[in-house]
Ligand binder design. Sequence first.
Ligand SMILES: Cc1cc2nc3c(=O)[nH]c(=O)nc-3n(C[C@H](O)[C@H](O)[C@H](O)COP(=O)(O)OP(=O)(O)OC[C@H]3O[C@@H](n4cnc5c(N)ncnc54)[C@H](O)[C@@H]3O)c2cc1C
Length: 307
Amino acid sequence: MERYAPTLLDLAPRDVISRAMYLEIREGRGIDGRDYLHLDLTHLGAEVVLKKLPDITDFVRTYLGIDPVKELIPVQPTAHYAMGGIPTDVDGRVLLDEKNTPLPGFYAAGECACVSVHGANRLGTNSLVDILVFGRRAGRHMAAYVRSTDLPPLPERPAEPAREEIEAIRSRREGERLEPIRRELREAMMVHASVFRDAGGLTAMQKKLAELKERYRRVVVQDRGQRFNTELLDALALGYMLDISETVVASALARTESRGAHYREDYPKRDDANWLKHSLAFRRDGGVELRYKPVVITRFQPKERVY
Ligand SMILES: Cc1cc2nc3c(=O)[nH]c(=O)nc-3n(C[C@H](O)[C@H](O)[C@H](O)COP(=O)(O)OP(=O)(O)OC[C@H]3O[C@@H](n4cnc5c(N)ncnc54)[C@H](O)[C@@H]3O)c2cc1C
């Protein structure tokens, strides 16, 4: 890390570390020329490793049969968090548009939500703080809201669209199993929309997504059970993953700058003049509509990140 973040070294933000790792691997310096690196904790000594890193120690012992006190750990960059999400206000109320109009009675908190405390690069440990603070605020607001409001009238058979969607997959007899579609989605998103992005890769990903969505329309499950049908759950989740990937790729392609974990190799600089704004993605029949809302800056002015 001396080469990439001379002052913070291994404690640099995770997007910086991921880029450094990815570059080393891409330039052929992965272990044995392969797609991973070694993390060395051996200089810390048994006491520090066991006391301060019990989770990591347990994981690598259980899954890799490696003792991190004495051996090197194979590592690779991966996604640890979704920056962005369902826009909410500080009480967890879901916001519908760039004017921050709340949708009454609909709340979100946690990683699925975007209350906008993390910007484009969440710092370590802040997810749990976010979840505790805004989960509690959302719960309190919900409790007050249900006390003060009547149930609105429901449309007739409100569950019908969801039931139809589920039933269409469960009862389909011919088509493609979900695993190849999910694997290709994962692999293509890793190549084109993860640590490094550029217009060529993102455009290729849009085409790939159109193909995968077409194949997904004919997805079949073998388990036709009505209870604890995890294959059916996976098939439904895959449809949502395709939708989310489509919005991620459209937003990333439009944003011709680099900011936080969004790193465009063809636009490596942050561009506050044009892009200091939130992307809002709306799913439409023809694809994704992008709109934007301003970032409210109060006490802390944005500065260039230097490590
Ligand atoms: C490797 C790794 C390390 C991390 N380390 C840290 C850290 O050190 N500090 C930190 O602050 N954050 C860390 N994070 C991030 C943090 O763990 C997550 O952001 C946080 O756990 C998300 O909590 P959540 O309750 O919002 O969502 P989740 O924990 O994802 O919970 C969502 C739940 O909803 C369930 N669910 C999904 N769909 C449905 C459905 N249709 N019906 C019913 N249930 C459903 C899921 O099964 C799941 O149990 C880390 C993340 C990763 C991946």
